[in-house]
Design a protein around this ligand. Structure first.
Ligand code: COA
Length: 193
């Protein structure tokens, strides 16, 4: 697969966050995490992952930031990373969730995966998960991608609702990664075949 750049957007979208009690309003911005910012992704995951997400490894973060097989979109307040959405474009092997979704072999190269999403607890309730999902669908310039897949622990209602809100649907339930039961979600772009 040829390298793909998520960096096509010139003007990163800015928006206001709900102010924390007694504090000034904050302006946030969505932009991709750069290769030198891996430590910020891992630090945010460390403090904010909670019990319902399977963590991404430092190596996976490095691979996504290197480009070519994915990217990580960040929500930034100044230099502070307050949320991220990690995206993988898998090869055709076992990590491609298209196998679990029962996709035919010819559809597997058109799969992208929402691999991880984390919002700092102080910033939850701003719709950042949905905002990041929409950004990935609208702004990433990846013409070969026809289907987006993700898994969500069945009890993770906050995350599930956000995937459903952008149009993903539950394909099946299965035990995956750490053995917990998960929904497999898929969003098919128009004219997918
Ligand atoms: C899933 C997650 C990214 C959603 O964050 P978000 O985009 O800020 O969520 P929303 O804006 O949709 O929040 C809607 C409401 O649910 C609340 N909420 C969201 N996540 C919550 C959580 N983990 N615990 C308690 N309440 C939560 C918000 O405060 C908000 O409440 P309000 O309407 O009263 O203000 C976030 O919960 C998170 O980072 N969880 C830990 C990692 C994880 O499980 N990721 C998903 C892997 S599939």
């Amino acid at each position: 697969m040829s390298p793909m750049s998520p960096m096509n957007a010139q003007n990163w979208p800015q928006f206001s966050l709900r102010p924390l009690a007694g504090q000034a309003p904050r302006t946030a911005l969505i932009r991709p995490v750069a290769p030198g910012e891996a430590a910020k992704v891992l630090a945010l995951q460390e403090v904010a992952i909670g019990p319902l997400m399977f963590p991404i490894t430092p190596q996976e973060v490095q691979d996504m930031l290197a480009g070519g097989h994915g990217c990580i979109l960040g929500v930034w307040v100044g230099d502070d990373l307050i949320a991220f959405l990690a995206i993988t474009v898998p090869d055709l092997g076992e990590h491609n969730l298209g196998h679990d979704a029962g996709l035919p072999a010819e559809a597997l190269p058109g799969v992208a995966q929402w691999t991880a999403v984390v919002v700092h607890p102080d910033c939850r309730g701003n719709g950042l998960h949905v905002r990041l999902l929409r950004h990935s669908l609208d702004r990433l310039d990846w013409p070969q991608v026809r289907r987006w897949l993700a898994t969500v622990r069945c009890e993770n209602a906050f995350s599930l609702n956000n995937f459903l809100a952008v149009g993903a649907r539950v394909v099946t339930r299965m035990r995956k990664y750490d053995g917990h039961e998960r929904f497999l979600l898929m969003l098919e772009l128009p004219n997918s075949h």
